[in-house]
Design a protein around this ligand. Structure first.
Ligand SMILES: NS(=O)(=O)/N=C1/NCCS1
Ligand SMILES: [Zn+2]
Length: 266
């Protein structure tokens, strides 16, 4: 009856806004949103795709901070000191920050999936096109403005390079806290295998702009259970507020629509 249809209408109106993101889960008119499921057999090998060239300068590391979505490690990006180039890219892109997404338990947490397999966490290294633009803020809403490397995390052996990061997390437990982080080389977080998928997508947190060339590494890195548990001790909330554990900070999968995922490997 009328009650059923009223409830149904309410659901449709409320459904698109996921409480976690305080922004629509789907962007009206979005045709290239992220994350997506990568169906391995549907990806197309492109022999023109070369290995990615990564040149990070550990001294460009500035600080770690909790922005209320994740914890970010930010880099000094006023010169071409930490850059990526080649791979699927036609320009060189400067490292701005890296951060992670993870679940409350190991059964979920990543944003991208591979053949519907979910990983416990996913690392994002965010870069902006320094050939075409003069700042991250300018590049964020432009075509070919950003390149984000995605690396899956799986539970396994202790990750020595990550531990320096993990040891700093108690200092950024609350939203809007930061701590100086002088020297860190993010290339220690890269798997040794050069293989990746690449596709045209968007940011997965606000402003969700469709400006990202995604480079998703085929092989995960291994971290141990204790290291991932440390991520789960962070809070979404500021000091003095009712505590909300920072977990499940991933966006739901978005429709592939008219896109092809290319692979750098056969
Ligand atoms: N998770 S993500 O890297 O796609 N989203 C971002 N939003 C603002 C800077 S990075
Ligand atoms: Zn991210």
């Amino acid at each position: 009856g009328v009650l059923f249809y009223t409830l149904k209408a309410l659901l449709v109106i409320l459904l698109p806004v996921h409480p976690l993101w305080k922004s629509p889960v789907s962007v009206p008119g979005g045709t290239r949103q992220s994350p997506i499921n990568i169906q391995w057999r549907d990806s197309v090998y492109d022999p023109c795709l070369k290995p990615l060239t990564i040149q990070y300068d550990p001294s460009t590391c500035l600080h770690i901070w909790n922005n209320g979505y994740s914890f970010l490690v930010e880099f000094e990006d006023s010169a071409d000191k930490s850059i990526i180039t080649v791979g699927p890219l036609e320009c060189h892109y400067r490292l701005k920050q890296f951060h992670f997404h993870w679940g409350a338990i190991n059964e979920w947490g990543s944003e991208h999936t591979v053949d519907s397999k979910v990983f416990p966490a996913e690392l994002h290294l965010v870069h902006w096109n320094a050939n075409k633009f003069s700042s991250f803020e300018e590049a964020i809403s432009e075509d070919n403005g950003l390149a984000v490397i995605g690396v899956f995390l799986k539970i396994g052996t202790h990750h020595k390079g990550l531990q320096k990061l993990v040891d700093a997390l108690p200092a950024v437990k609350h939203k809007d806290t930061s701590v100086e982080f002088d020297v860190f080389d993010p290339s220690c977080l890269m798997p040794s295998c050069p293989d990746y998928w690449t596709y045209a997508g968007s940011l997965t947190t606000p402003p969700l702009t469709e400006s990202v060339t995604w480079i998703i590494k085929k092989r995960p890195i291994e971290v141990d259970q204790d290291q991932l548990e440390e991520f789960r001790l962070l809070l979404f909330t500021s000091a003095g507020e009712e505590e909300k554990k920072m977990v499940d900070n991933f966006r739901p999968l978005q429709p592939l629509m008219n896109r092809t995922v290319r692979s750098s490997f056969e």
